[in-house]
Write a protein that binds this ligand. Sequence first.
Ligand code: NAD
Length: 471
Amino acid sequence: MQIRNPRTGQYDFELSVDNKEQIQHNIATLRENQIAWNSAGLPHRIATLQSWAAQIKAHQEDIIQQLSLDTGRKSIARTELGALLGLIQGWSFRAPQLYQTAPRRPSSTNPTIFVEQQWIPYSVVGVISPWNFPLLLAVIDSIPALLAGSAVILKPSEVTPRFIDPLEASLQAVPELARVFQLARGGAETGKAIVDTADAICFTGSVPTGRKIAAAAAARFIPAFLELGGKDPAIVLQDADLEISTDAILRSCVGATGQACQSLERIYVDEKIYPVFMDMLVEKAKSVTLTIDPDQGQMGPIIFEQQAEKIQTQIDEAISAGAQLHHGGKVEQIGGGYWCLPTVLTNVDHQMQVMTEETFGPVIPVMTFSTEEEAVALANDSIYGLSASVFSTNIDHAIAIAQQLEAGAISINDGSLTNRVFDAEKNSFKQSGINGSRMGDAGFLRFFRKKALLIQEGKPATMASFEEGAS
Ligand code: NAD
């Protein structure tokens, strides 16, 4: 596969793709190696991941450099690497607290029968990840799965695969981990081979791909943990602090060029504060700079070429249907990369794709509401239910509004807090995903099946108990 550079537009990297037979062979090997990995115990697995953390640090400049080429972003690449190390440390601390198997106990219904529960990890977990945070979203599920005692085959997105080589080098330096953690290269076909062979799937990506994976996994009766797209709303109530709201909304909408699942993508503002809110938002949006010079600026290029086209189409469609443009509005090609300034739109409605379809770009469409009931109805008028925000100086009131929103995580007086807080459990609502949360305790516990050992210490019931008429 020839891979495009998001800054230059050049196809300057070649990815050699793992075919179906290779994936099947690799998963068979992982399945064998997982047995020793699981029986080695959690403390040993923690120690092995700590050795990997040391190797990641030794390779960190290579990983960051390649990740920067993948994404066109320097500081976020560094943040992603820090998040990887943080995930290893965080789960190494939390997993032993969670892995508490209860001692053998008599059953509540029959005291001569004793119950013991075993925790059995899925043998091979397949992780399939997207291009927007290529490293973070590749490891976020892999690390707790490895600590649970599963082997992992990870396929990062084919759009951003340069970081795989240096990450693999760090892994090869810890041979024991490399035996149970393999990196796969390729696109949809490689992903399909993983879904057709692994024992559980963690998928982060779009709704259409998630739907295919859910169907394939259901046909095999294996679990698929799906983290999909969003169209996150923000509600700005009349008593909101406008400095805080506009800062948070701007950052959440256009940070990482809007290429984040939990970006705010629809803003609903109380009509009484709307004029002041808009003045402040537009002024702040105008101050955002692009990183065309890679050594300065705030917003990087649009990573994926097809996404650039989609963003422009949504903006154009909205403007031709009557939306008013306050800033930005054009995806421009500069030096082969695609760039877009924060694009602020008003006079939008739910007939427009920009208010209904995931944009995944730096677009801020704003609508007004006159009652809070209307605001909640507008926020819930979506096929997605990933996350949302509520802004109010009255926290209790904000919580009461949050309660009514159909989404898995609600940030109060900020945006997209799920990218900074990993210990609060959250499920995706509607088409934004399904199955156990990757955040909070479930992020580890979901990799186990519970096996019940039922130990008879008395006499087993005999056939006499089936005697008709016996009491
Ligand atoms: P995508 O669905 O196109 O691809 C994601 C991954 O799936 C890639 O690795 C791809 O190669 C693989 N793939 C494609 N077809 C497949 C198939 N049939 N079987 C198995 N694997 C297959 O998504 P994308 O464009 O890379 O990512 C952007 C999407 O990801 C957005 O919708 C975004 O909202 C979503 N996302 C969600 C979260 C979350 O936590 N909910 C986080 C980040 C991104």
